[in-house]
Design a protein around this ligand. Sequence first.
Ligand SMILES: Nc1nc2c(ncn2[C@@H]2O[C@H](COP(=O)(O)OP(=O)(O)OP(=O)(O)O)[C@@H](O)[C@H]2O)c(=O)[nH]1
Ligand SMILES: [Mg+2]
Length: 452
Amino acid sequence: MVLAELGGSISRALARMSSATVVDENVLRECLNEIARALMQADVRFKMVCDLQANIKKSVNLEALAAGTNKRRVIETAVGKELCKMLDPGKPAFVPKKGKPNVVMFVGLQGSGKTTTCTKYAHYHQRKGFKPSLVCADTFRAGAFDQLKQNATKAKIPFYGSYVESDPVKIAVEGLEKFRQEKSDLIIIDTSGRHMQEAALFEEMRQVAEATKPDLVIFVMDGSIGQAAFDQAQAFKQSASVGAVIITKMDGHAKGGGALSAVAATKSPVIFIGTGEHIDEFDVFNVEPFVGRLLGRGDLPGLLDKMESIVPADQQSELVAKLAEGAFTLRLMYEQFQNLLKMGPMGQIFSMLPGFSSELMPKGQEKQSKEKIKRYMTIMDSMTAAELDSKNPKLMTESRILRVARGSGRRVKDVTDMLQQMGGKSAFEALVKQMGGGKDMSKMLAGMRGGA
Ligand SMILES: Nc1nc2c(ncn2[C@@H]2O[C@H](COP(=O)(O)OP(=O)(O)OP(=O)(O)O)[C@@H](O)[C@H]2O)c(=O)[nH]1
Ligand SMILES: [Mg+2]
């Protein structure tokens, strides 16, 4: 689970504000203070937090708001906008194009997660239809080639390396040559780790880059260092033309928010985050959906991205069409729950669902979230077909709610909670429409990624 605590604190602060009878300056201050505390706990720089607070206060002028304006909405929008600004590096990263011989080189400090991330990156693109390959240009650490070989074999990705050759430049060039001939369209070069001060290794990095002319150099960094990420990202940016950053170990580390904001401050785009040692524990990073998750608004693009590989291909277009025409029924939700239960780590998925995200859950609580889904499914099992297919299930009568609760052996509150969950559907539908809903899922995803 990514930044579980930060997301939890921010959405709790906003929720508390919503429950206040009158939203006045005091309530706003209280809410902003709580958000500031959460950001500081995530190791975001003090100055950035102060600026964020000041900007929100400036843009939300409670007194000037016309009567009847939804103040809570205005505040929430301002918080979202400022968080986006804080995390936005202001420029997009290079995106590999299918069918072209893209070359991507990974660099970073020792143990930051380069080798692991190379494989995750290759695997991710393989699922999207690329033909990736891995080159081990790390001759510095004993066992480096074996590690890459093992990872690559497990993920069924072609690899190249050598046990005897000691010149990383030579291996990189040979690997590149081999995979270009084999028509790989994503050649990934793993390099050796370095301590910041090691001039010799920096020189090696420069030589490999010069010989292979990568389209993109990705700097891999350990997220647990928090705001110290600023200096590190800056140093690498100056010595290699780093075009994108991947932050690893975002699982279980309170300082991830600090790392993200610090990297954004160096104007380097973060493209993925690593959330565990497993090959699937890897999320695309986009500022707006990420902030959406923090605020509890869900992340439809992220969810679709994950579902693309889970929802059977023949069901995808039907699902998208239904979402687009506003026909999101409980039955559809039931089917999606079935798909969700089959999907990998639940925590990742949960924060992408509108309405569920206020409960951003740490890893240990995944079991509970699964149980919640199963509970909802039992409730739906007690409903009539007409109720499941209704476009407005919230209109269920009190006596039917009672019956369903009794029939499923759940409390009335469980039933109303579940019906409430459908509140997220309008946000879903709006997003789907915005993305040109109605096309099939992969086309929508392609649209979101700018046609890549
Ligand atoms: N929890 C967690 N562990 C990770 C993540 N990414 C990598 N690791 C672990 O971090 C350790 C180091 O990863 P490597 O991929 O070997 O790091 P490296 O940068 O290639 O290391 P060198 O080649 O020695 O410089 C391994 O134990 C990985 O399993 C992540 O996102 N989360
Ligand atoms: Mg390595």
